[in-house]
Design a binder for this molecule. Structure first.
Ligand SMILES: Nc1ncnc2c1ncn2[C@@H]1O[C@H](COP(=O)(O)OP(=O)(O)OP(=O)(O)O)[C@@H](O)[C@H]1O
Ligand SMILES: [Mg+2]
Length: 416
């Protein structure tokens, strides 16, 4: 985000410039520049794929360049049932170590146990000690620099983290703290405790559609091919100016599609994504199901699940997942959402299956709700050890058991 020309230097992601959001970028910049606690929070909201994370990240990049202390979390849908997973992400990293020694021992211990940095030797963590520890950390960090508490996809923040943060924020003055949230708006979603406590102290930034020109620029940057005016109007109309929808449409629309003929693709973004995913080979989709419950998947876990590392290649080629830092991750959380939600009643079996595949006990406790002692117990079902992936089955075909482990896992590997 440039000071003089908001948006001119902002990046949507590696190498991709942000288009058509100059006003929004100015708002975010103004929020972060403001001192004297005008508003403590800014909530970026909009439908799936409209560009919330893109702007949220631009805000983080701006804050990074303006010496904020950064506390950030990007909860995934599969993590919303894992108590304190969001809080752990927020405080993971070096920033915590700068002030931990200054907190009273019972509060420090509560935070360390919650973050799985210490054993719970003295019984369960006291909620109030934890919340006060969070308050203390933010307050101490705020002595020398402003603090940015940033949470993307706040709709998936686990309620335990939300409650703890709400307690802490109620007891913090706003002068040195900025809270930047992004939320996907969907019918029937409830407001988190964190957002409730910020009520009256935060502004909303609702993202509308991008213009035809902005979408054209986006597609040009991404695919390097200019689109005809009529095709662009068609893409804009069908996507309703939603950038992710437009990118998905551009993948499937042929360059010579008749712009006046009937729409040759599904009418909603979710259906379009689901159709694209359904075209992938069955074993690839099985692995995507595991990845959606875990957030990412490593080659080690792929092997332990009995598959060849190449099984994911069709999804990599289709840009549904990408290899990053030794893991395979979804290129966009919506792909993960579509896979995870389609699992429906089979989610429990998927989590139980993962529990048998992940070797590292800490990681298991961190990532799999069934395995964390402090987390609500989930009984293994009689199906544990088998994963049914009905979302991947063509309708009418019999259900099948998938992901049988081929070999016992290697004891030398620690990563999932
Ligand atoms: N203004 C923009 N300029 C360039 N690219 C954009 C812009 N807005 C969004 N994109 C691109 O569109 C895609 C979707 O954007 P993004 O992930 O930010 O959406 P989102 O609103 O966070 O979606 P979700 O609700 O699923 O989390 C990404 O590939 C992103 O790079
Ligand atoms: Mg997002």
């Amino acid at each position: 985000m440039s000071r003089d020309h908001p948006g001119s230097a902002a990046r949507a992601d590696a190498g991709n410039e942000i288009v058509g959001r100059a006003g929004e970028l100015t708002t975010i910049q103004g929020f972060l520049d403001a001192t004297g606690a005008v508003e403590m929070g800014l909530l970026i909201e909009g439908e799936a794929g409209t560009g919330k994370s893109t702007l949220w990240e631009a805000g983080l990049a701006y804050a990074q360049g303006h010496s904020f202390h950064m506390l950030r979390a990007r909860p995934a849908e599969a993590e919303s049932g894992m108590p304190h997973s969001g809080l752990t992400d927020l405080f993971e990293g070096a920033v915590l170590d700068e002030v931990l020694a200054e907190i009273s021992p019972p509060r420090r211990r509560a935070l360390e146990v919650t973050m799985l940095r210490a054993e719970p030797e003295q019984g369960p963590v006291d909620d109030r000690a934890l919340a006060l520890a969070v308050r203390d950390v933010v307050q101490l960090l705020g002595r020398d620099h402003r603090v940015l508490l940033a949470i993307d996809d706040v709709q998936w923040l686990d309620p335990a983290s939300s409650g703890t943060l709400a307690f802490a924020l109620r007891r913090l003055p706003g002068d040195h703290l900025h809270v930047l949230l992004a939320r996907r708006t969907e019918a029937g979603m409830s407001v988190s405790e964190l957002e409730a406590v910020l009520r009256g102290r935060f502004a909303r930034l609702a993202l509308g559609p991008l213009s035809v020109e902005a979408l054209h620029q986006l597609l040009l940057h991404r695919f390097g091919t200019p689109y005809g005016r009529q095709t662009m109007l068609r893409i804009h109309q069908q996507s309703r100016g939603n950038p992710l929808f437009a990118l998905e449409l551009a993948r499937v629309l042929q360059a010579d599609t008749d712009p006046f003929g009937p729409a040759p693709v599904p009418a909603s973004l979710e259906r379009l994504v689901r159709t694209r995913l359904s075209a992938l080979p069955g074993p690839t989709r099985d692995l995507l199901a595991l990845a959606s419950a875990l957030g990412s998947i490593s080659d080690g876990l792929v092997r332990r699940a009995g598959f060849d590392a190449e099984t994911l290649q069709p999804a990599v080629a289709a840009q549904v997942v990408e290899r990053r830092d030794g893991d395979v991750r979804f290129t966009h959380p919506l792909f993960s959402t579509v896979v995870y939600e389609a699992l429906g009643g089979e989610r429990r079996a998927v989590h139980a299956r993962l529990a048998t595949l992940i070797e590292d006990p800490l990681l298991r406790a961190r990532r799999i709700p069934c395995c964390a002692p402090a987390i609500s117990p989930c009984r293994r079902t009689s199906r544990a050890g088998h994963l049914l992936t009905s979302w991947t089955r063509p309708s009418g075909s019999p259900s099948r058991e998938a992901l049988q482990p081929s070999q016992p896992s290697s004891p030398s590997r620690r990563s999932a």
